[in-house]
Structures are given as C-alpha cells and as structure tokens.
Ligand binder design. Structure first.
Ligand SMILES: Cc1ncc(COP(=O)(O)O)c(C=O)c1O
Length: 397
C-alpha cells in the first residue's frame, strides 16, 4: 500500500521538503547510495506488496497458479502497459531488460551478410548478446563511434543513419545510455530508421519513470526495459514491447505451456505467461511501484531528481575542471549525471570511495578516460553529494 497520503508541493531544491520520503525506503545507515541507476531500491510499500504475493503463492501454490495468477498477471500488465503508453497485446513481462533483449536476439531472423548496427554508448552486455546472435548467423555487428561531444539531436540521428547500409536489418539503441547517462533523441531515431525500413530495438531500462514514455508513439519495433531502476519496482521485473508487425516472429526462448492447462496460448504474448513454475511476485508488484511513484507525482519526482543531478554535476565540474559530453540545459541528461575525471588512472577510485567512506558510486572507464556517474533518487540529498565531493577532493588532488 502506498504510504504517501497527500500529494503536496515540494520545492525541488529543498532537502527539507523531501526529507520525509527517505523513510519510505529501507536504507542502510552505514553507507550512501548514489547508484540507483545500476540497481534501484524498492520503497517499503513495494517490498510489502511483493511479500504479500509470495505468501499467497507459498501458502497454496495450486490455488495460486491455477486460479489467481493469470488474472493477476493480466491486471499487472494492464497497469504497466498504460504506464509506458502501450497495450497489453504488445507487452509481456520479462525478468529484466537483459532478458527482453535476449528474446529479441533469439527470435529476430538474421542471415549471412546482414548487419546489426550498434554504437559505442550501448551497454556492454547488449554488445555481447548481439555479437552472439550475429556470429550464429554469419551476420555482422557494426559498432559506430558516436561524436565525442553531443551537440544536437540532428547530429546524433545523422551519425546513426550514416552507419546504416543496405545490409542493415536492425538498429540497437538505448533510450538513456548506461555509462554515459545521455537521453537519446529516441523518437527522431525511430522515425529516421522507419523511413529506411530498418527495424529498431530500443534498450530502455533507464526510461520508465525517469522520462515520460509513450512507446506506441515512438513507432519502434521492440522496446525492452527493467522496472527495478527509476520506477522502483522489484529486481527481476521488466517488460518487452513488440510491435504487432513482429508478433508472428517473437517467441519465448524458454518454451513451456505458454498458459496454464487446459488453456492454450493463442497469441504471441500468451506464450510468455507460463514459462515454467516460478515466482511471479516481481511482476505482480509492479502496480505498487507505479502507485508509489504516481502518488508522489512523476513530474515532481523528475524535477527533484534532475535538480539533485544538476547539483551533483555543478559541484563535480567545479571540482574536477571537466565538462560532460552533452549540455544538461539542452536536455541530454535526466536523473543521472556523468562527469569525466581528469587524466589519470582512476581504476581504484570506486573501491576507495566504498572502503574509506562507504559511498556507492560507479567510476566508469570510457574510451580514453575515467568518469563518475551519480544517480539521484528521492532518498538522496545534497548532504550526500557534498560528502562525495569532499571525498573526491581528498582522493583526486
Ligand atoms: C542501458 C542498459 N541496458 C541494459 C541494462 C541491463 O539491465 P538489467 O540488468 O536490469 O537487465 C542496463 C543496466 O544498467 C543498462 O544501463
């Protein structure tokens, strides 16, 4: 159940106004968590909702699976599909974005000589997924190097389009990039590739809640996401959107009954309902996460988390004397910031920050440098950022 009883105005720049919300999470008091972008924390109401589902399953599995699960799954899918701007006939639950991407790679038909286009801002595991799919079929994974500085949306769309050839069958692109935290001009990218009849698979785990999402309007072919990040769903909950033109192609890699007998699957999405006996509580708890975030107000969440990310960015750039790849004021960043570290070997900085001051923040190697990525959610505050800055001052000077 959502613990937020009233939606009231909170000033995005005031720690005091947001202070009460930290109590909604079970936060460890011995450390500072500035890495919601990697693994999100669930608020207590979501943790309790999940436990409720686990209890219902554990106390009588037969009744739960046979008589409760399918309708509960459908209800949860309706809620998630509405939240991300699509319908249930186009969206299935999967464990996470990784799983969803593997479903697409498993089903998408590639032939010898075909090309799959990816770029150097994509998630490492996603490169691996498509390298394997290409290797199996004699296709080629082509990885583009995007410009060093992101100056305009057109520049990025043009750079991606320039990488396409008449052999390109599929573009893999993040909605919000992982290591570099950039919000990509995803609608423009999808439109440009649709015009060239090249399919687009969007890797979107950072998007739900962090940005407004209306997948049907994107006109992409596939969209895969995790719900444990900015939406604060349970780890092990995600979804895969499939445009109707691919419904005859997409299959779950884990083939089972599809539905619980005596029902048999009749549509592509029903094939994903029953993929073996498993715990569906992460999926069933998704509506609780949506209710929690909507209870606070998505616009208010975005304003606050972006304000905090901007605060971190300003303090980091001041300390480090570097600038991010794109300009925040032009819309390249949301609830995360990504700031280059000065030249040097910073490979042990992340563990120093953890071991010496118990701050959890990723230090990420780039092409020729190291970067820090700071995530801001509603349990974070400026004091935590200031602690990070003080520690970095000591460790980097
Ligand atoms: C852009 C991107 N894609 C995919 C993933 C994988 O997400 P998950 O581990 O939830 O499947 C991540 C994780 O951080 C990511 O940032």
């Amino acid at each position: 159940m959502n613990q937020i009883s009233e939606k009231r105005y909170r000033d995005p720049s005031s720690d005091q106004d947001w202070h009460d919300l930290a109590a909604q999470w079970r936060l460890r008091s011995d450390s500072i968590y500035l890495n919601h972008g990697s693994f999100g924390l669930q608020p207590n109401c979501v943790r309790y909702a999940r436990r409720g589902w686990i209890d219902r399953l554990d106390e009588q599995p037969m009744d739960f699976y046979l008589r409760q699960m399918e309708s509960a799954m459908l209800e949860a899918r309706v809620s998630v599909a509405e939240f991300v701007g699509t319908s249930t006939d186009r969206l299935v639950f999967v464990d996470n974005a990784t799983y969803g991407m593997n479903v697409v790679a498993h089903s998408f038909v590639l032939r010898a000589g075909d090309e799959v286009l990816i770029n150097d801002h994509e998630y490492g595991a996603v490169h691996r997924i498509w390298q394997r799919a290409c290797d199996r079929n004699g296709a080629k994974l082509v990885s583009l190097t995007l410009p060093e500085r992101f100056e305009s949306q057109d520049q990025i769309v043009d750079a991606l389009v320039a990488g396409a050839t008449d052999r390109t069958r599929l573009l893999i692109v993040s909605h919000i990039t992982s290591a570099t935290a950039l919000i990509m001009p995803i609608k423009q990218i999808c439109d440009a590739f649709a015009k060239r009849e090249i399919a687009v698979c969007v890797d979107g785990p950072h998007a739900p809640a962090q940005v407004e999402l209306s997948i049907d309007e994107l006109n992409c072919d596939f969209y895969t996401a995790s719900l444990h990040k900015w939406l604060c769903g349970v780890l092990g909950s995600g979804f895969l959107y499939v445009n109707p033109k691919w419904h005859s192609v997409i299959q779950p890699p884990i083939k089972s009954w599809g539905r619980l007998l005596p029902a048999v699957p009749e549509t592509w999405d029903e094939e994903f309902t029953w993929i073996g006996s498993r715990d569906p509580s992460p999926f069933l708890s998704a509506p609780a996460a949506i209710e929690f975030m909507e209870g606070i107000g998505l616009a208010a969440f975005r304003d606050r988390s972006r304000w905090l990310a901007n605060y971190a960015e300003e303090r980091l750039t001041e300390l480090l004397g570097t600038t991010p790849i794109g300009n925040r004021s032009e819309g390249w960043y949301g609830s995360m910031t990504h700031v280059p570290l000065p030249p040097g070997d910073w490979s042990s900085l992340q563990s120093q920050l953890w071991e010496q001051i118990a701050i959890e923040v990723p230090i990420i190697s780039g092409k020729n440098n190291w970067n820090i990525r700071v995530s801001s959610h509603l349990y974070n505050n400026t004091t935590q950022v200031d602690t990070l800055i003080k520690a970095l001052y000591r460790l980097t000077s």
